[in-house]
Write a protein that binds this ligand. Structure first.
Ligand SMILES: Nc1ncnc2c1ncn2[C@@H]1O[C@H](COP(=O)(O)OP(=O)(O)OP(=O)(O)O)[C@@H](O)[C@H]1O
Length: 323
């Protein structure tokens, strides 16, 4: 399993969470993590695993929202060869794959109600049978589940089983959103600026106090995942202007509809060089468009981009930008 590289805020915004992790991790009980999307639930689940007696065993993450209803039993418990059309070989389900380790059930609220019944059974007695099989299998798994949904409300709407909820929530933990721990924004920014600069091969630039204020003022609905994406974009845009473009990078995120640069940034890990050129091109096109094609002068794109007009012209040519 990949080690967690760095958890920012262990002694500040996440202190209460870490204190609770230290209490619960060595005790082999289920944990339910609640928090907004991108706030670090998986990171905390991994930490619980690492601090547990199962740390040398597998940490198996599954997304309960990403499985088809038809295959749910086979996903949970596996199937025998020939159990159904297409079952060409025996398949181990989540509980067998995670045996002796930790099973991280992400987006638990998305699990269909019938599957919740079967999940509860295996949590209670540690036994299950593969689809198409007869032999009872046993498993020894510690479950950590996570959701951004309000489970008690879903119980009221009969969308989540109360018995499963009580079983999972013997130790519930709430991971605070980024806007509830703004003191972590500065160390997060420093860490992720350095990381992005190294990844993209761009000279690391320091954050000025105005940029920091902007980062602190934004509401971060996508939490740390969104934060990383903004910092990556600000670092990439610095290639054009020579300064960290925090305000522009946040601006793109707070637009009502995600614009193309955001989608490009999300592909960063796929191809670094392609994305760098692509993001530069898209950004320049956007600014030229906003300046109605003007390059020079007070209302021209060069001034907006902080570039000399001749430098901008050569970038337009090099990147094949349509004015
Ligand atoms: N405390 C932290 N310090 C540094 N990086 C963090 C921290 N918490 C989360 N991250 C990073 O933020 C990103 C999102 O974290 P993670 O996947 O754990 O969130 P999540 O709450 O599980 O998201 P989702 O709700 O979408 O499943 C990851 O890249 C993770 O490495």
């Amino acid at each position: 399993m990949a080690q967690i590289k760095c958890i920012i805020g262990e002694r500040t915004g996440l202190k209460n969470v870490i204190d609770r992790v230290n209490i619960v991790a060595p005790r082999d009980i289920p944990v339910l993590l609640h928090g907004e999307t991108g706030c670090g639930k998986e990171v905390i689940a991994q930490l619980i695993h690492q601090k547990s007696s199962r740390s040398k065993e597998v940490f198996h993450r599954v997304n309960c929202g990403a499985i088809s209803q038809k295959l749910i039993d086979s996903e949970l418990f596996g199937h025998e060869k020939g159990a159904f059309t297409g079952a060409i070989k025996m398949h181990k389900g989540w509980f067998e794959q995670a045996d002796k380790g930790t099973l991280f059930l992400d987006e638990i609220a998305e699990l269909p109600v019938d599957a919740q019944v079967r999940l509860l059974r295996v949590l209670q007695d540690g036994t299950f049978t593969r689809v198409g099989g007869e032999k009872e299998q046993t498993t020894d798994v510690r479950v950590v589940a996570a959701t951004h949904r309000n489970l008690p409300e879903m119980i009221g709407q009969k969308l989540f089983r109360d018995d499963l909820y009580y079983r999972l929530s013997s130790f519930p933990m709430v991971i605070p959103s980024l806007r509830e721990r703004r003191q972590d924004i500065e160390p997060l920014a420093k860490y992720y600026i350095a990381k992005a600069s190294e990844l993209f091969g761009i000279k690391p630039l320091s954050l000025n106090s105005a940029d920091l204020e902007h980062l602190k003022a934004y509401s971060w609905p996508g939490n740390i995942r969104e934060f990383i994406s903004v910092v990556n974009r600000a670092v990439l845009l610095s290639e054009i202007t020579g300064k960290l473009e925090i305000i522009q990078a946040i601006g793109i995120n707070s637009e009502p509809q995600p614009s193309e640069p955001r989608q490009e940034i999300d592909k960063i890990e796929i191809s670094r060089d392609e994305t760098l050129a692509a993001i530069t091109k898209i950004h320049i096109e956007k600014i030229i468009n906003e300046c109605h094609g003007r390059i020079e002068g007070s209302f021209g794109a060069a001034r907006r981009l902080g570039l000399n007009p001749s430098t901008l012209r050569s970038k337009i040519k090099k990147l094949n930008i349509n004015r």
